[in-house]
Write a protein that binds this ligand. Sequence first.
Ligand SMILES: Nc1ncnc2c1ncn2[C@@H]1O[C@H](COP(=O)(O)OP(=O)(O)OP(=O)(O)O)[C@@H](O)[C@H]1O
Length: 618
Amino acid sequence: MSEPAPTRRELARNAVRAAAMVWRSAPIHVLGYLAVTLVGSATPVAVAWLTKAVLDGVARGQTSALLNLAVAIAVVTAVATAVTHAGHYLRAEVDRRTALRAKEELFAAVCRVTGLAPFESPAFLDRLRLAEQSASNPGRLVDTALSVARGTVTVAGFVGSLALINPAFTVVVLLSAVPALIIELRMSRQRVAMLWRIGPAERRELFYAHLMSTADAAKEIRLFDLGAFLRLRMLAELRTANAARRRMDQREFSVQASLSGASAIVAGAGLVWTILAAGRGQLSVGDVSMFVAAVAGVQAALNVMVSAGVMVYEQLLMFHHHVTIVTAEPGLPASSQARSLPPLRRGIELRDVWFRYGPDHPWILRGVDLFVPNGETVALVGRNGAGKSTLVKLLCRFYDPTRGAILWDGVDIRDVPPETLRARIGAVFQDFVSYELTATDNIAVGDLPAAQDQTRIEQAARDAGVHDTVAALPYGYRTLLSRGFPADEEEEQEQGVLLSGGQWQRLALARAFLRRDRDLMILDEPSAGLDPEAEHEVHSQLARLRSGRTSVVISHRLGAVRDADRIVVLTDGVVAEEGTHAALLAEGGTYAQLFTRQAAGYLDDADTAATETAGAPR
Ligand SMILES: Nc1ncnc2c1ncn2[C@@H]1O[C@H](COP(=O)(O)OP(=O)(O)OP(=O)(O)O)[C@@H](O)[C@H]1O
């Protein structure tokens, strides 16, 4: 798996973008860093000059000025130390500020993604990981750019001296850096491509490591004794990634060894020429020593420049992942004529909706025609995998139908900005999220602006039947619902608490109650984790909430949906049956079969109980 490398033009644009980001994030610190770097590079020269003056003074016997010179050397040395420390601090601050901005940009873009498909795409997830990595140390760009600048100054300084002695050889030394640059650039492209290739292995390694270190999986891992199995898998992924990195390092090592050999040959040839010229009396001993120093200086500086240039290039290749995500379209195709969405009046229609999760996936919906009238409750039932949750995801426009359309009072929902549509929907999803936040926050996420009002939160909790539970927590609504984080020190909470599955389910319901004023309420298995009494209570509450509102309810507990205005049975990707509970029972189809089987299960239990009671010893 590889991906096309960015073009030169794209890289140039990325360079400007990266420089602008570093500059905008920390202009003062960047300037400060430049200043201390310049001062830092000037101090050795100053010390050298001052030392020379001291030595000359000693030689001439002018000891009166020596004290001042000694103080000057001490001051310059102190300045050199101070600017080194200041440089470290400023560089770290540039890193921190730029990383903050890069992360802000990156995750704003991630949150802008409108559909769910990218989060199920390995390419997107790999890119996101590399983009995060590229944001972790952006100050390196400044450093490497400075190294290039410093190298240029050194090269310019030595090239002058070298050219005076042997102009032709100067050209040879300079040209010898060109193949090195080309080869190193190719290596850095290969390195970035290698990082892309090992992305899935590294993500799997993280996945196994995460599994082994979180409470969610701890029970099963211990009961099924999965520790060694997961650890070995994690290590296998790490070995795969290491092997790819090692191969790359070995290739780089052999290339760099060859390049060093080539530089040594160039330098050696120069030295031979110099010695011969000195032998012929064309060069003095001083010229030979200058020549040797200048060749070494130019080669060392060119090396630094090439490595720094290559590092900038590599960083820009990595930064390309950041730019790709940040500048990507938000996902679902946007209509050219975005329409507003008036409150629902007539209803929502699914017109010949076909859907599959990808071109190589099976069809899940195969031409669903369905009308959800305004103010009515439609219950979706069907066997596992029939496509009920998928249909609900299409209603929220997490995906677009592959064929057909969903119309909201006749308006195709693809013509409406997704956030406008979603603002009109309240939902409890089958796989709702248990946020490791306080109880208040766990409810407030249902409607953040409205949730400023604590009484609304408490009312939603009351409606969901969870108020008493929350109020009885050690810190009431402020209690942290997690044991994985230290609780709020200001509140003097020592550690958070955990809720039971059914209590979490009720909190998720409270979130939905906070959005009770929305046009469409989606309830996907809203009572899955509740005990029978709680289920009855919640369904009665939901029935009150739904009354006069449009809702789509999914439940395998058919007793809970029998009161729906319309029950729709999904089978093989189409609406197989539709009607009221009574009508569908009378029809004697799939619904009647499912319902009677479920009811028989309850009856069997009752019968057993009755038999046991009857047969109990008198
Ligand atoms: N994100 C996804 N990518 C690929 N396939 C998916 C995805 N989500 C669901 N599926 C597949 O779509 C089919 C329908 O799943 P869906 O969750 O809609 O069924 P359901 O009727 O809600 O089932 P259940 O009653 O078990 O909750 C399943 O075969 C499932 O494997």
